[in-house]
Design a protein around this ligand. Structure first.
Ligand code: AMP
Ligand code: ZN
Length: 113
């Protein structure tokens, strides 16, 4: 999609430090980390909301979750981790391309509101 930051990372129109890639998605470091380790997992296909997904997209997201959980060393998942998907304004979604935040490397509190 034109003018989408994360599509530009996927298509290499803009440079970011991609630490993992397969046919489904890329992973890179968040520019404004909210935990000791903060990565973003971004599907190669552009869509904004989980509710936009086709059956095929949901299978892709399932594979992405499985793969993330296997990248223990790379993502620092040894002692636990948190995955976050912000959806829409109330959740503070700022990039309109579905992405999974991966937070790890420290104890985390829980203050959703
Ligand atoms: P969200 O607020 O859930 O839409 O998440 C968007 C995330 O993208 C935020 O955590 C930002 O810090 C991150 N972000 C924005 N621009 C960049 C960038 N150029 N490189 C890496 N991460 C970015
Ligand atoms: Zn996009």
């Amino acid at each position: 999609m034109q003018d989408c930051l994360f599509c530009k990372f996927v298509n290499r129109e803009l440079n970011t430090d991609i630490i993992f890639e397969n046919d489904d998605f890329i992973i890179f470091k968040d520019i404004a980390p909210k935990a000791k380790n903060h990565f973003l997992a971004v599907p190669k296909k552009h869509f904004k909301y989980l509710s936009d997904m086709t059956e095929e997209d949901s299978a892709t997201v399932g594979r992405i979750l499985m793969k993330i959980s296997s990248l223990t060393k790379l993502l620092g998942l040894e002692k636990g981790y948190r995955l976050v998907i912000n959806q829409g304004d109330d959740a503070g979604q700022t990039v309109p391309h579905l992405h999974i935040h991966i937070l790890s490397g420290q104890k985390m509190g829980w203050e959703p509101a």
